[in-house]
Design a protein around this ligand. Structure first.
Ligand code: AMP
Ligand code: MG
Length: 504
């Protein structure tokens, strides 16, 4: 037993009876820790060194829960690839409790891969080492990139075999989230006509994520707008780094605005709005460039669940929902522009001057179109633009070298236009280049490097490639010579046939 008193405070279990089923994790045969997130443990006020020991392995695999844990399987529904499933729920996950972290924020601790639950349907409730390490790795990468995300506290190998397309080593991941409320949580009760339950959930969500709205008579509408704004910012931040979530089903969209569920996600290499890597996304519904459209679609599904709370008159309720849904594209565009300005070395200030906003958005769009037209790597294209601040002409070999010779005239033209825009801004070149390098990472989780690290861990039990990659991903903006191999794009042929799987 861990010699530590966990100050659990389980508000979901306490305040929302009927929204979950109390359930125990399945014990596992021989738990062994593959990954412990020390920094996150400290943030949560947990004893990091003790977690890494044998007692830690027992609780982080679900064998022996600390006192105060109240494991529950949460109910939720969801639109999956556009089709509604009225009952999904935690089929291989359990919320084990909530802690207040060192900053006073309430955080969920949840297992993934902890065995069957009443929501498992045909599934085995288990997870494999590869996909769980993948979730840990990408979550840490997103966090280091400054993107809101759920994170892994630990991954424990179970010593068991999980049957997928092959026999795989099993694992349990401990996930930390600012909550596990999803669009699908609201859908579950709305689909059953349980309006009172939806109201309770909404009030719970408001207290947890939008405390300033507690007691506000118009709080449900303001809450919906707040969720929409968070999603606008989140999806814009994905677009800034070339992240493709891959399975933006409504059960995988949080109320908190954190990225959740790193199943079939991938990072784009060559710039391409049509990029899709998921093996099951045949229509490209969740393609890179479609993400803002899908976010809005998902928000409309959330609005449907809240309509009776917006107004008693159904027509007025729909009109109020549409205020937010119609505003979403502009909120997204603003968030996108704010990040693009940083990446372009421009000062912030979206919304102050409509004409300037439009011109700057066009400048960014044309840069992306140029990268796309010439098959330039999204990450390096943005990153090496900083060189063009410090150097004359086409920004030296580091930028020009990313383009084929035929692209040189178009690159030159765009750079000239950009430099004319920069000339109107104060600040010296070195400071501007440094600011641009803080906005455009050098290192992202390149798909081929992620696969290389995961197969070493899963196939050979060799964690070194995972640990080295994780270390590089934790410093995405630093050009450390030791990390150079992680900055290189994958060979185009590798990207062309790269496929991701849900890992279920
Ligand atoms: P996901 O694709 O991970 O977002 O999961 C979608 C739904 O399928 C959720 O209800 C999961 O709990 C459920 N699910 C995924 N994998 C499994 C599994 N191995 N066993 C039981 N349920 C699962
Ligand atoms: Mg999910």
């Amino acid at each position: 037993m861990l010699d530590f008193d966990f100050p659990f405070d389980n508000s979901y279990a306490r305040e929302l009876p009927g929204c979950y089923v109390a359930w125990q994790p399945a014990p596992v045969s021989s738990p062994r820790l593959l990954f412990v997130n020390d920094a996150l443990a400290i943030e949560l006020g947990l004893p990091a060194p003790a977690l890494a020991g044998e007692a830690g392995a027992r609780w982080l695999s679900g064998c022996e829960l600390p006192a105060g844990a109240e494991p529950i399987a949460q109910a939720y529904a969801g639109h999956q690839f556009g089709g509604f499933s009225p009952q999904l729920g935690d089929g291989r996950a359990l919320l084990i409790g909530e802690l207040i972290d060192q900053h006073g924020r309430r955080r969920d601790l949840a297992f993934k891969g902890s065995g069957r639950t009443p929501f498992s349907r045909g599934g085995d409730g288990k997870a494999a080492v590869g996909p769980m390490l993948r979730e840990a790795l990408i979550g840490e990468a997103m966090h280091a990139l400054g993107i809101p995300t759920t994170r892994a506290l630990a991954v424990a190998a179970t010593g068991e075999v999980v049957l997928r397309e092959a026999k795989l080593p099993g694992a349990v991941l401990t996930r930390v989230a600012s909550s596990h409320l999803r669009v699908g949580t609201f859908q579950y009760f709305a689909a059953r006509g349980e309006t009172e339950r939806v109201r309770q959930l909404a009030d719970y969500a408001i207290a947890r994520h939008d405390a300033a709205l507690v007691g506000d008579p118009d709080r449900f509408h303001a809450f919906f707008a707040a969720v929409a704004r968070r999603q606008a910012t989140l999806v814009a931040s994905w677009m800034h780094v070339g992240f493709i979530h891959g399975v933006m089903n409504t059960d995988n969209m949080t109320i908190s605005g954190e990225t959740i569920d790193y199943g079939p996600c991938a990072f784009m290499e060559a710039c391409n709005p049509a990029a899709v890597f998921s093996s099951i996304d045949h229509q490209g519904r969740y393609a890179f460039g479609n993400q803002p459209v899908i976010a809005r679609w998902n928000l409309a599904r959330l609005a449907e669940t809240l309509l009776p709370l917006f107004h008693e008159d159904p027509e007025r309720a729909v009109a109020r929902a549409m205020e937010v849904i119609d505003a979403f594209p502009a909120w997204f565009a603003q968030a996108l522009l704010a990040g693009h300005r940083r990446k372009l070395g421009l000062r912030p200030g979206a919304g102050l001057d409509a004409q300037r906003d439009e011109a700057d958005a066009a400048l960014a769009d044309d840069w992306l179109a140029l990268l796309q037209a010439h098959g330039v790597d999204h990450t390096l294209g943005w990153r090496q633009l900083a060189h063009a601040v410090e150097e004359e002409g086409a920004g030296g070999a580091s930028l020009a070298g990313l383009f084929p010779p035929a692209g040189a005239p178009a690159l030159g033209e765009w750079l000239e236009r950009w430099r004319r825009r920069l000339a109107g801004e104060a600040g010296d070149a070195a400071a501007r280049a440094a600011a641009m390098r803080r906005a455009s990472p050098w290192i992202i989780p390149r798909n081929h490097r992620v696969e290389e690290a995961l197969s070493a861990a899963s196939d050979r039990g060799d964690l070194q490639p995972f640990e080295q990659l994780l270390e590089a991903l934790r410093h995405p903006f630093d050009e450390h010579p030791l990390h150079a191999r992680y900055a290189e794009p994958a060979p185009a042929a590798a990207t062309a046939c790269y496929r991701t799987f849900c890992g279920t």
